[in-house]
Write a protein that binds this ligand. Structure first.
Ligand code: UDP
Length: 460
C-alpha cells in the first residue's frame, strides 16, 4: 500500500518504507504512523501481505505457539529481501517492526537506515533493556513470588518473577528479545508511539544513559487525525458491525462517565471460569459497562451467571469494536484493559482512567507506568505472566468489582480522573503543530533528507 504526500512538495520527496508485523496491534499503529508522515509530505509505502485483516488474523491464529510465532517472524525475511533488492533506489529509510530483527542487516546491505518500531512505551522498552542487559533472574530464587528489581531506571521498578519474561521458563522468547535488542542498538534510531510529556524521564534515560536515538511521534491515532479511519480501522472490510453501531447508540443514552469499557485487545483469551468471574465482577460493581468479547474467547452463553444484568446496565460486542470511538464517548468513565500499548495510549488520549489487567509481553511493564508512575489506573491484581495459549490464575468477581469501584467511584476515582484529563490535554497538544511529537517528526524528516542529499553528492 502506498500513501502519496498530501502537503506541498517544495523539498525533495522523502521515501520511507514501513514494514509492520502482521498482528493488528503492530499493523494499526504503523499504518497510523505512515499516515502522519504522509501528511507531512513523505511518500510512504507499507510492505505487507495482500490479505484482508480477517485473513491476516487467521494466519496469526495458526501461529499459536511461541515457536510458530518465531517461524512467522522468519517467514517474511525472504519477501522483504526481494522487495529491497528491487526497490532500494526508491527507499530513503525503512521503519521496521522490531520483531524483524534481521531487517537491520538487509537494510545495511543497501546502505539504507533502518529505524525500529516496537510498538510499546519507552518505559516498557527501558524495563526490557534493563532486564536483558543485567539478567536479574540469575541472582534470584526460582520462587515465582520473588520480587525482582530492574536496575538503572529513573524510577524504582520491581516486579514479581512470575510477572516477567523468565528466561528459565521462556528460553525462546528470551533469545528472540536478545536478537531484537541487539538489532535495535545497531539501528539508526527508534520510533515510539508515545510523547515526551508522557514519559519524560524515559526519553532522557534513552538519550543520556542508553545513548540511543529516539523520536516520539505519538499518539499516532490522534496525529493521523482522520475520523473515518478511526471508526473503521481494523474492522473486516472497514465496516462497523450492527452490534457496534448499537453500542454507540446505547452509550448515547447513558450519563456522562458512567460506563466502564471492558476489552482486552486482540490476542487475549479468557477461560470460561474467568469469564464467569468477570461477569460476576461487572454485576457486583453496580456500574454500566460495554464488554467486548473477542473471537476465540469462551461463548458468553456458557459463562453468564443467572440473572446477569444485560437489560439496562450492560452491552456486549462480539468480535471487533470501534474502540477509539467508544473510549472518546462522553458516557465512558473507565476502561478495563490488558495494557496493550495501543489501547493504553488510546485511553490516555481520551482521558479515560484504567483498571489494569496485564497478561503477558510488555503489559506488566505498561501497568507499572499507568498505575505507579502516571497514577491514572488501579490494578486488578494480575500476577502471572502467561500467553494466550496458557492458563492464568483466576481472579475473583469480588476483587474485580472492588478495582472497578475504585476507578469509577467518587474519592480515589476523582483524583485519577483529574490526572487522566491532564494527560489527555498534553497528548492532544503534543501532536498539534509546534507540539513535541510534531517537532520530532519534522526533525527526523530533516535528518533523512540531509542524509539523502549527502548520499547523492557522494554519488551513491
Ligand atoms: N482494537 C479495536 N477493536 C477491538 C479490539 C482492538 O479497535 O475490538 C484495536 C485497539 O484500539 C488497539 C489495537 O486494536 O489499537 C490493539 O492493540 P493493543 O496494543 O492494545 O493490544 P494487542 O491486541 O496488540 O494485545
Amino acid at each position: 500500500a502506498s500513501m502519496a504526500p498530501t502537503e506541498g512538495d517544495k523539498q525533495p520527496v522523502l521515501r520511507i518504507l514501513f514494514f509492520p508485523f502482521l498482528l493488528p496491534g503492530h499493523l494499526i499503529p504503523m499504518a497510523d504512523m505512515a499516515a502522519l508522515f504522509a501528511a507531512r509530505g513523505v511518500r510512504c509505502t507499507i510492505l505487507t501481505t495482500p490479505l484482508q485483516a480477517s485473513t491476516i488474523r487467521s494466519i496469526v491464529d495458526r501461529a499459536n505457539t511461541s515457536l510458530g510465532f518465531l517461524r512467522t517472524v522468519e517467514l517474511l525475511r525472504e519477501p522483504f529481501r526481494r522487495f529491497l533488492s528491487d526497490h532500494h533506489a526508491e527507499v530513503d529509510a525503512v521503519v521496521s517492526d522490531g520483531l524483524f530483527h534481521w531487517s537491520v542487516d538487509d537494510a545495511a546491505e543497501h546502505g539504507i537506515p533502518r529505524i525500529t518500531f516496537l510498538g510499546t512505551s519507552m518505559f516498557a522498552c527501558s524495563c526490557t533493556e534493563a532486564m536483558l542487559r543485567s539478567n536479574p533472574f540469575e541472582a534470584c530464587s526460582d520462587d515465582p513470588a520473588t520480587v525482582v528489581s530492574l536496575p538503572g531506571l529513573p524510577h524504582r521498578v520491581v516486579e514479581l518473577r512470575e510477572q516477567m519474561m523468565d528466561p528459565v521458563k521462556r528460553p525462546h522468547e528470551w533469545a528472540l528479545f536478545q536478537l531484537i535488542h541487539a538489532a535495535d542498538r545497531r539501528s539508526y534510531g527508534e520510533l515510539f508511539n508515545s510523547f515526551h510529556e508522557l514519559e519524560p524521564a524515559y526519553a532522557e534515560h534513552y538519550r543520556a544513559t542508553l545513548h540511543r536515538r529516539a523520536w516520539l511521534v505519538g499518539p499516532v491515532a490522534l496525529a493521523s487525525g482522520s475520523g473515518k479511519d478511526v471508526t473503521s480501522r481494523g474492522a473486516v472490510a472497514g465496516a462497523l458491525s450492527p452490534e457496534s453501531i448499537g453500542c454507540l447508540r446505547w452509550l448515547d443514552e447513558k450519563p456522562a462517565s458512567s460506563v466502564l469499557y471492558v476489552s482486552f485487545g486482540t490476542t487475549t483469551i479468557f477461560s470460561p471460569e474467568q469469564m464467569r468471574e468477570l461477569a460476576r465482577g461487572l454485576d457486583l460493581s453496580g456500574k454500566n459497562f460495554v464488554w467486548v468479547i473477542a473471537n476465540g474467547s469462551a461463548s458468553t452463553d456458557l459463562c453468564m451467571p443467572h440473572g446477569f444484568p444485560m437489560a439496562h446496565r450492560g452491552y456486549i460486542v462480539r468480535g471487533w469494536a470501534p474502540q477509539v470511538l467508544i473510549l472518546n464517548h462522553p458516557a465512558v468513565g473507565g476502561y478495563m484493559t490488558h495494557c496493550g500499548w495501543n489501547s493504553t495510549l488510546e485511553a490516555v488520549s481520551a482521558g479515560v482512567p484504567m483498571v489494569t489487567w496485564p497478561r503477558y509481553a510488555d503489559q506488566f511493564h505498561n501497568e507499572k507506568l499507568v498505575v505507579e508512575v502516571l497514577e491514572v489506573g488501579v490494578g486488578v491484581g494480575a500476577e502471572d505472566y502467561a500467553t494466550w495459549i496458557e492458563t492464568h490464575r483466576v481472579i475473583t468477581g469480588q476483587v474485580i468489582a472492588e478495582s472497578i469501584r475504585k476507578v469509577m467511584k467518587e474519592g480515589d476515582g476523582v483524583t485519577i480522573r483529574k490526572k487522566a484529563d491532564e494527560l489527555r490535554d498534553k497528548a492532544r497538544a503534543a501532536v498539534e503543530k509546534g507540539g513535541s511529537s510534531y517537532d520530532d517528526v519534522g526533525q527526523l524528516m530533516e535528518e533523512l533528507i540531509a542524509r539523502r542529499c549527502c548520499r547523492r553528492t557522494a554519488g551513491e
